[in-house]
Design a protein around this ligand. Sequence first.
Ligand code: BTN
Length: 332
Amino acid sequence: MGQSIRNELIRVLIASDATFLSGEEISRKVGVSRAAIWKHIEELRQEGYEIEARPRHGYRLVYRPDRVAPEEIYPHLQTVAFGREIRYLVQTDSTQIVAHQWAREGAPEGAIVIAEEQHQGRGRMGRVWHSPPQTGIWMSVILRPPIPLSHAPHLTLLASVAVRRALAKLTELPVKIKWPNDLLINGKKVCGILTELRGEQDQIHYVIVGMGINVNAQVADWPDWLKEVGTSLRHELGRPIHRASLLAEILAELEQSYQGYLERGFAPIREEWQQMAGILGEQITARTSQGSYTGIAEQLNEHGALLLRTEQGVVPVYSAEIEWQGDSSGEN
Ligand code: BTN
């Protein structure tokens, strides 16, 4: 109950757009006593919200700390299911671990786990994902798609298309997709996606789509290895971005793409992915567990594999590290 009053209070303060609202108005809008409002306002102040109180005018929101807490996300959320159930953690080892646990316990489709900081953020191929506090979006989305296991790679591609769209909507940055799961700006990685699933035979129990987006990181604070290969939206734009609004936009795009995929299949996603891919037509090297292949990246096939034209013929690549000229993101 306390949480929903708080969420509603924040929503009302944000909606008033920094103009004063009397205690009485707020209490009517939120549906609780003025004393309760006052108590919640005090709590919010403790957490870094600046709320000005002026006699005969009331209250107004002057500053909101940059948090990805549910009460900051909900006012921006336009989805039906995605992000409606949130587990918010100030710190965790990895949101993937928490999401797996929650999914096993029955989390609904579209539930998300989001953290301000991860100590053991997981990347693809057993790598570490650098996840310092309050600088990024470290989120895992739980899906329960009614699709065969063999179609699961579609979801990674779908997620990269959806995040790219959200970034294009909120910034004017030239974001490219690199197969299968990276988003790059000027050849440097700004977002990585890690898809993990549980299933048996040909049935999927659940899928966890983990996304790491470098939003407000100051690249100068990063370790040297990361500076070489990564970038942040703030670094590219020269200004910070409100993470909760971006997150809500990502969830809206993700929900829309996912519903579209369940209704119309993979073809539209594949089409959009191919238009946005930085590597089609380029000479690339794909390092797979079976060996390395060099050739021209031609297109995606219907399973989401990248078709590579090599001297030996066309090779479908299902899982690999990709290297190509103009991309500095290889090791991220
Ligand atoms: C990659 O290697 O490109 C994928 C990186 C995925 C990182 C995200 S951050 C949120 C979620 N939790 C994790 O531990 N990893 C993913």
